[in-house]
Structure formats: structure tokens, C-alpha cells
Design a protein around this ligand. Structure first.
Ligand code: ADP
Ligand code: ADP
Length: 227
């Protein structure tokens, strides 16, 4: 499976450089956590990979296929990228199955339903297929969001502050479960968090971002050993 590679990415909002020359790569079976204070550019970085913002300099590619450069930008729905948001962003009027099926309309119905059923089972949500999201617990909603992000078999998963909407008590168990499911999938994953402790616990590598730049990327152990 291919790695996702970002080379010298720049994005500004007007004169403000939100992302200022970021290079990184994430391999399959790897979780890279991006940490840094609010406003340092973490969300913008994810939005550049998902295609919600355009790259003004540099290049994003997956397995040699260019997703984004100043000359060329695949629309979000054509990128092999799944995204999970902080507030889950589930569609309240759709069932759990409907949420997971969303974005697969280009697939034949039978294939789509097979994939939905598979993900329902993987996430232990089969009995909630016809329920609406607001009737589920926070942890269950999180799994629906993860299933939806995985439904199109992406080569990259992006998680933006995935656990911050959960209360302290739920957070650890949900996080362990979500990380287990992601590791089992083997999909190259980028997780953005403002919580360094969380990054150290779930990342294979941690990238520290400051004012639009990556100032250090290392394994949790190497970072932990620093004074
Ligand atoms: P983080 O996710 O680390 O909090 P963001 O990527 O959201 O950081 O924001 C990076 C910088 O870009 C911040 O200074 C923020 O105010 C600015 N910014 C983010 N989105 C926009 C936007 N749509 N228009 C203008 N400035 C923005
Ligand atoms: P709606 O949200 O329009 O009421 P559903 O939520 O019932 O529709 O279904 C949305 C999609 O999910 C459809 O493609 C349907 O075929 C599929 N789907 C619904 N229930 C299941 C299920 N239990 N297993 C697999 N696929 C399902």
C-alpha cells in the first residue's frame, strides 16, 4: 500500500501563512499525530490533504499519484482520503447505515450494502443500523463517524481532534477502541490534536507544529526522552 507524501506545502489565507512549508510522509500501518497550539495550522493541513483547501505551493501525493499541487487539484470526492471530524458531523436525519453509505453512491447498490454491512459488524453497530445518530452514545457515534470515513476504502485517514467532544471518562476507552480499529485497517493515518499526551499515546510518530511549520518530528519515545 502507498504512503502519503506532503512536500513543502504552503497555504495562506490572504497575507497570513497558515501552513508554511510543511513536508512529511505517513506510511501504511502508521499513525502520525500532529500537535501544536490552537491556530498553528493543524486543521488547515488536514483540509489541504482532504481537498477542502487548495495548495498554493508544494505537492501532496499518494503512491505517486498527485492529489494536489498549484497546477492540479483533485476534488475531495475523488481523493482516496477519509476524514473524521471533532463533532462527528453525522447527518442527523439519516440512519446509521445511511450515514455510513453516504459518499458511496458511485458504487453499485449491492457492493455498497455489502460494505455498509461489513463496517456495521466491524464497529459492533449492526443492531443500530436503522437508528438515528442522536439515539446513540458518544462512543457509538464516534464509531459511526469512523465507519463513514472508512467506507470508501481510503488510503489515508484524517482525524481532526477526534476525541475532544467526549467526556473524560469515555475518552480513553473510545480512543483505545478507535485506535485499535484504525491499526487493524492498516490505513496511513494523520491525527490532529492539541493534547501532547494523547499524541504520545496513540502516535507512532509525533510532529510538532508551530506557527505553520513543523519544528520536530520524532517517535514518542525520542520526544519523551528530551529534557
Ligand atoms: P489549528 O487547527 O492549529 O487551530 P487552523 O489551521 O485552524 O489552526 O488555523 C491556522 C491559522 O489560519 C489561524 O491563524 C487561523 O486564524 C487562520 N485561519 C484558519 N481558517 C481561516 C480562514 N478560513 N480564513 C482566514 N484565516 C483562517
Ligand atoms: P435513508 O437514510 O434514506 O432512510 P437507509 O438509512 O435505510 O436510507 O439506507 C441508506 C443506505 O444504506 C442505502 O444504500 C441502503 O441500501 C443501505 N443500508 C441500509 N440498511 C443497511 C444494512 N442493515 N446493511 C447494509 N446496508 C444498509
Amino acid at each position: 500500500a502507498p504512503s502519503v507524501i506532503l512536500s513543502d506545502i504552503v497555504h495562506h489565507y490572504g497575507p497570513h501563512r497558515a501552513v508554511d512549508g510543511v513536508s512529511l510522509s505517513v506510511a501504511p500501518r502508521e499513525i502520525l499525530c500532529v500537535v501544536g497550539p490552537s491556530g498553528c495550522g493543524k486543521s488547515t493541513l488536514l483540509r489541504l490533504v482532504s481537498g477542502l483547501e487548495t495548495v498554493q505551493h508544494g505537492r501532496i501525493s499518494v503512491g505517486g499519484k498527485v492529489l494536489a499541487s498549484p497546477e492540479r487539484s483533485l476534488p475531495p470526492e475523488r481523493r482516496p482520503v477519509g476524514m473524521m471530524f471533532q463533532d462527528f458531523a453525522l447527518f442527523p436525519h439519516m440512519t446509521v447505515a445511511g450515514n455510513i453509505a453516504f459518499g458511496q453512491t458511485d458504487r453499485p447498490r449491492a457492493e455498497r450494502e455489502r460494505r455498509v454491512a461489513e463496517l456495521l459488524e466491524l464497529m459492533a453497530l449492526t443492531r443500530y443500523a436503522d437508528a438515528h445518530p442522536h439515539t446513540l452514545s458518544g462512543g457509538q457515534q464516534q464509531r459511526v463517524a469512523l465507519a463513514r470515513a472508512m467506507a470508501r476504502d481510503p488510503q489515508v485517514l484524517l482525524l481532526d481532534e477526534p476525541f475532544s467532544a467526549l467526556d473524560e471518562q469515555l475518552r480513553r476507552s473510545v480512543r483505545d477502541e478507535v485506535v485499535r480499529l484504525i491499526r487493524a485497517s492498516g490505513i496511513a493515518t494523520i491525527v490532529v490534536t492539541h493534547d501532547p499526551e494523547e499524541a504520545m499515546e496513540i502516535g507512532n510518530r509525533v510532529a510538532v507544529m508551530e506557527a505553520g511549520r513543523l519544528v520536530q518530528t520524532d517517535t514518542p519515545l525520542a520526544l519523551y526522552r528530551q529534557p
